[in-house]
Design a protein around this ligand. Structure first.
Ligand code: NDP
Ligand code: 8X3
Length: 253
C-alpha cells in the first residue's frame, strides 16, 4: 500500500502515554498518523521510530488559531483526516475546590474542553463533506464517578460524555462515528506526574496495583476503529480488575 492511499488519523497528545501508544497501534493497523503535541522533539523521535507513516505536527490544542488553521495548514496530502483521536488532556492538582489554583482550573478547561471543541469544529466539516470519519474522545471514569479533588477535572470529562452523545445526535444519518473511551486507573503514562508534580507521589498512585496500560487503551481504540461501519461504540468504560466504584461517602462527625 502506498503512503497516499493509507487512511489518515490525527492524534492529539502523541508525545506521551496513551497518545504515543495509540499512534504506534494505528500505524500497525495500516494508518498514517499526524502526531501532535507541544513537545516537538518527542514528535520527531516518534517519526524517526515509525518512519514516513508519522507526520510530526507541533500543536498546542489550547491555541485556537493554530487548531482552526489545521484544514489549510496541514500538507495537502494529509488534510483528509479519517480518524481524529482527541486524547490531549490533563489533570492538575488534587486539592479541594476552595484550595485549588484557579490557573490550573483554567488550563484544564482550555485543554480538556476547549481543545476538543476546537479540533472537532476544525476537522468535522471535512468529514461531513466526505461523509466519512470517526471521532474518538478520551473521557474518563472521572466523568461519571466523583471523588475528592477531581472537581474541574471530573467535570471536564463529564463534558466529553455529553459532547460525544450530542455529536452523535447531530451526525445521525451520516457515516461518521463518535466514541467516548473512558478509562479508570491507568499507569505507564505521565498523567500522575503532571497532576502531582512529584515523581514519588506519582509512583505511589500505582503502588500495589496492576493498573491499565497505555497499550490496553491503544488496543481498545484499535478495536473500536476497526468495528464494521454499521457499528458505533458510543461509550466504553474500563477499569483495572483492582478498581471498582466504592459507594457514597457519609459524614459522621
Ligand atoms: P500523559 O500526561 O502521559 O499525556 C498527555 C498528553 O497530552 C501529552 O502528550 C501532552 O503533550 C498532551 N497535552 C497536554 N496539554 C496539551 C496541550 N495544551 N496541547 C497539546 N497537547 C497537550 O497522559 P495520559 O496519556 O495518561 O492521558 C491521555 C488522556 O487520557 C488525557 O485526556 C487524560 O485525561 C485521559 N485519561 C487518563 C487516564 C490515566 O489514568 N492515565 C485515565 C482516564 C483518562 P505535550 O505536553 O507534549 O503537549
Ligand atoms: C484519570 C482517572 O481516576 O485519576 O482520568 O481521575 S482518575
Amino acid at each position: 500500500m502506498t503512503l497516499d492511499s493509507m487512511p489518515v488519523a490525527l492524534v492529539t497528545g502523541a508525545t506521551a502515554g496513551f497518545g504515543t501508544a495509540i499512534t504506534r497501534k494505528l500505524i500497525k493497523d495500516g494508518y498514517r498518523v499526524i502526531a501532535t503535541g507541544r513537545r516537538e522533539e518527542r514528535l520527531h523521535a516518534l517519526a524517526k521510530e515509525q518512519g514516513e507513516a508519522v507526520l510530526p505536527w507541533p500543536l498546542d490544542v489550547a491555541d485556537n488559531a493554530a487548531v482552526r488553521a489545521l484544514p489549510t495548514s496541514l500538507p495537502a496530502g494529509w488534510r483528509n483526516v479519517d480518524v481524529l483521536v482527541n486524547n490531549a488532556g490533563l489533570a492538575l492538582g488534587l486539592q479541594k475546590a476552595w484550595e485549588t489554583n484557579i490557573d490550573d482550573w483554567e488550563t484544564m478547561i482550555a485543554t480538556n474542553i476547549g481543545g476538543i471543541v476546537e479540533t472537532t469544529r476544525a476537522l468535522l466539516p471535512g468529514m461531513v463533506q466526505r461523509n466519512r470519519g470517526h471521532l474518538i474522545f478520551l473521557g474518563s471514569t472521572a466523568g461519571r464517578y466523583p471523588y475528592p479533588g477531581s472537581n474541574v477535572y471530573g467535570a471536564s470529562k463529564a463534558f466529553v460524555d455529553q459532547f460525544t452523545q450530542n455529536l452523535r445526535s447531530d451526525l445521525l444519518g451520516k457515516s461518521i462515528r463518535v466514541t467516548n473511551v473512558a478509562p479508570g486507573l491507568c499507569g505507564g503514562s505521565e498523567f500522575s506526574l503532571v497532576r502531582l508534580k512529584d515523581g514519588n507521589k506519582a509512583e505511589a498512585v500505582y503502588e500495589n496495583t496492576s493498573p491499565l496500560t497505555p497499550e490496553d487503551i491503544a488496543n481498545t481504540v484499535s478495536w473500536i476503529v476497526g468495528c464494521p461501519p454499521h457499528m458505533n461504540v458510543n461509550y466504553i468504560e474500563m477499569m483495572p480488575t483492582c478498581q471498582a466504584a466504592a459507594g457514597l461517602a457519609v459524614d459522621r462527625t
